[in-house]
Design a protein around this ligand. Structure first.
Ligand code: AMP
Length: 287
């Protein structure tokens, strides 16, 4: 069945409140240009709830670079087809005015974590993300909301915001979906040239190299970071913004890995800025 398409908040809310009391609703927020990563999120959402809703909204508040916002792919018709294939019940594709009806809607700060790593390179990005996610959660009152680990720092700040502002919404995370060569699937990958596409696979290679060194006994975060940075420095077409090994729950720096850790990286390859990460699990540690 074709999903119901809502563009108005009020209509979405009216539909939401008409759902039977015993139904549960899982929500997959996206910026559209749907790909296999989004499809996995939708499939996971279906395993949690009887009703699945996707939003498609390119949120201007989370772009600090107007060119990036202008170039962001918009493919609503194909997105609707993909949602239909996955039996999505409803799509919310609002205009900017619908989401931000008044000037000066209060931005939600991501606190200190929002200024680190990705936040240092994209000022205001996480406040933009939290502001839109908070608004969407308030409209839809989801029982579950599904996010990808691909945007790991985003997942952490959303978990923190949601635990306080939307405690009845359960946040579900889904491992990163990758192309066969390891590159994390992203709407931005289509902008990579063929050569850059092949260089971009080195990012995940570096993460796997770090994971391998960790599993072989290197547990000092700074050493693992240096190994990854050195690995990537071989490739002149990769310009690394950051590569850090931090606590997976708080994203704060650590000296040694004793709890679950995550390696976060961002780099520009050609014209395209890419992010990726890998989890380091103490249970993987070969003693
Ligand atoms: P976006 O449309 O880029 O804002 O992403 C919407 C959701 O899809 C976010 O929760 C992302 O983390 C998730 N996502 C994007 N790419 C992937 C991927 N390759 N694997 C898993 N989830 C992804």
């Amino acid at each position: 069945m074709t999903p119901i398409l809502f563009t108005k908040s009020q209509e979405l809310q009216r539909w939401r409140s008409s759902l039977p009391n015993n139904s549960s609703l899982a929500f997959v927020p996206t910026m559209g240009a749907l790909h296999a990563g989004h499809e996995r999120l939708i499939q996971v959402a279906r395993t949690y709830a009887s009703v699945v809703v996707t939003s498609i909204f390119v949120n201007p508040k989370q772009f600090n670079n107007p060119a990036d916002l202008a170039q962001y792919p918009r493919t609503l018709d194909t997105d609707i087809d993909i949602c239909e294939q996955h039996h999505v019940d409803a799509i919310f594709a609002p205009t900017v005015d619908e989401i931000y009806p008044v000037e000066g809607i209060q931005a939600i700060s991501a606190g200190r974590i929002g200024d680190l790593y990705e936040g240092e390179f994209r000022l205001g990005h996480f406040a933009g993300v939290l502001t839109v996610v908070d608004r969407l959660f308030a409209l839809l009152l989801p029982d579950f909301a599904v996010f990808g680990e691909k945007d790991y720092q985003q997942l952490v700040v959303i978990r923190q915001m949601s635990s306080v502002r939307h405690p009845t919404t359960c946040i579900i995370s889904v491992p990163t979906v990758r192309d066969p060569d390891g590159l994390a699937i992203s709407s931005r990958n289509v902008r990579l040239t063929r050569d850059d596409r092949s260089v971009a696979t080195k990012l995940f290679e570096a993460l796997c190299f770090i994971q391998d060194r960790y599993q072989s006994g290197t547990i000092t975060a700074s050493q693992l970071e240096a190994l990854g940075q050195e690995y990537l420095s071989q490739f002149k077409d990769i310009s690394l913004d950051y590569l850090v090994c931090v606590d997976a729950l708080t994203l704060l720096p650590i000296a040694n890995i004793v709890e679950r850790a995550v390696v976060l990286l961002a780099a520009t390859v050609g014209e395209v800025r890419l992010i990726d990460n890998i989890l380091l699990e103490p249970s993987d540690f070969a003693t």
